[in-house]
Write a protein that binds this ligand. Structure first.
Ligand SMILES: *Cc1c(COP(=O)(O)O)cnc(C)c1O
Length: 427
């Protein structure tokens, strides 16, 4: 029998993969807790929650049980003109934990579409009100997804190059580094004063794909306060930061000015089923609530609010809010902090950054920080050899483990990082 890897090569085209340079995909046959097992029986510690989705470990039996029960009750149902218990219950529960001003839940099935919906909500909001606000402001090097609207509000890069001509124009403010926070805030205000900005979209506290770039809550608060002052809608893209990653349940929980629209996905089902949510305030919803049917939001997907996905999400929320998960997030954060201070002075460590359970280490490889940094593949393969799934963003390595990761696995991953630092020093 040919291996999964060999059969894959004949028929599969992989995401984010230069297929000629990277023809081999590791065939995974099972997962349990923080581990993945390949077809040779090799074990990998999943240090990045698969693709930032797995919260409670792989093949979680509690979520599996709930999904299995739901499958024999209701597997799917059109969501226009119809509704069902898992969708309603999940909306109720999400609204309990999202910032208090959120009142309506719009379902899709991934992070990019959650962002598309947010953009459409914001633009049509002003359209429905007969106001001409057509600009969107975004943060430098942002990543909001891979569909055209989401790409438009993201940084232009090698990922978007072939499409740049078709992407709509947005205003970009510089990333608020420690040194230029005031510049970033001032430029946002200059743009907002013009009065034509419909929305400001941002990844709160941590820009994930940009390399786990972090900025403090005070800056986020300043951004949001300015948007409120100038009547610009705030879209918080919490697709990556949501569900406890940064220490609080949502990154926006660290500030007092709430966003108007919030996008979540990734961790929402604990990494079991695709689901996206765009939450919004009553004010946003009300702009579409009209006798005039042209004011409705005409957007939807065939798998919108899939009952299995909603059930998985409800189960995941139960696990997430349980005491042991809260304690685990604290434990991971504390261990990250201790490890970061241990390696801070190491020769090849340019800087470390941490937000809750996310620890990023920017390696000094004597060439510019970038996604295509020449050490990227070396680092990736080093960890794979060691039995660790860790997908560096260029020369930036980061840990974003499932919350159930054991102390022993954390210790092992940290030791691998130290070994890598040793190897890089001799390069
Ligand atoms: C991953 C991500 C998205 C896109 O989500 P997909 O489910 O991959 O489409 C959007 N925004 C942020 C911040 C992300 O990290």
């Amino acid at each position: 029998m040919a291996s999964i890897t060999e059969r894959d090569r004949k028929v599969i085209w992989h995401p984010y993969t230069p297929m000629k340079i990277w023809p081999e995909a590791i065939g995974i046959v099972s997962g349990k807790d923080e581990y993945l097992y390949d077809e040779q029986g090799k074990r990998y510690v999943d240090a990045i929650s698969s693709w930032w989705v797995t919260l409670h470990g792989h093949s979680n039996p509690y979520i599996a049980q709930k999904i299995s029960e739901q499958l024999t009750v209701l597997e799917h149902c059109i969501f226009a003109g119809f509704t069902h218990e898992p969708a309603v219950r999940l909306a109720e529960r999400l609204l309990e934990i999202l910032p208090g001003n959120q009142e309506k839940i719009f379902y899709t099935d991934n992070g990019s579409t959650a962002v598309e919906v947010a953009i459409k909500m914001a633009l049509q909001y002003y359209n429905n009100k007969g106001q001409t606000r057509k600009r969107i402001v975004a943060l430098e090097n942002a990543y909001h997804g891979d569909t055209f609207g989401a790409m438009s509000v993201s940084g232009r890069s090698m990922f978007t190059k072939a499409f740049d001509h078709f992407l709509f124009d947005v205003d970009i403010i510089p990333f608020p580094t420690d040194e230029n926070q005031h510049v970033s805030i001032a430029i946002l205000e200059e743009l907002l004063i013009k009065g034509d900005v419909a929305a400001f979209i941002v990844e709160p506290l941590v820009q994930g794909t940009a390399g786990m770039q972090m900025y403090p809550p005070a800056v986020l608060e300043a951004f949001f306060a300015l948007c409120k002052k100038h009547n610009t809608l705030i879209i918080a893209d919490e697709v990556m930061t949501g569900f406890g990653r940064t220490g609080t349940l949502f990154a926006c929980d660290t500030i007092t000015t709430p966003p108007d629209i919030i996008c979540v996905s990734k961790g929402i089902t604990g990494g079991t089923m695709p689901l996206g949510v765009t939450a919004c305030t009553m004010d946003v919803f009300d702009a579409f609530y009209d006798d005039d049917r042209t004011k409705a939001l005409y957007h939807g997907h065939s798998y919108t609010a899939n009952p299995i996905a909603c059930t998985a999400s409800l189960a995941s929320l139960n696990l997430l809010l349980a005491d042991d998960s809260v304690a685990n997030r604290k434990r991971i954060a504390e261990r990250h902090t201790a490890f970061a201070s241990k390696i801070a002075m190491a020769e090849n460590v340019k800087v470390t950054r941490q937000a809750g359970t996310i620890l990023a280490i920017e390696l000094d490889t004597h060439e510019p920080t970038s996604y295509t940094n020449k050490y990227r593949d070396l680092i990736y393969r080093f960890f794979i050899d060691k039995g660790v799934l860790m997908r560096p963003l260029g020369n930036i390595i980061y840990l974003m483990p499932p919350y159930c990761i054991s102390d022993a696995s954390l210790t092992y991953v940290y030791a691998c990082i130290e070994e890598l630092l040793g190897i890089l020093s001799t390069q």
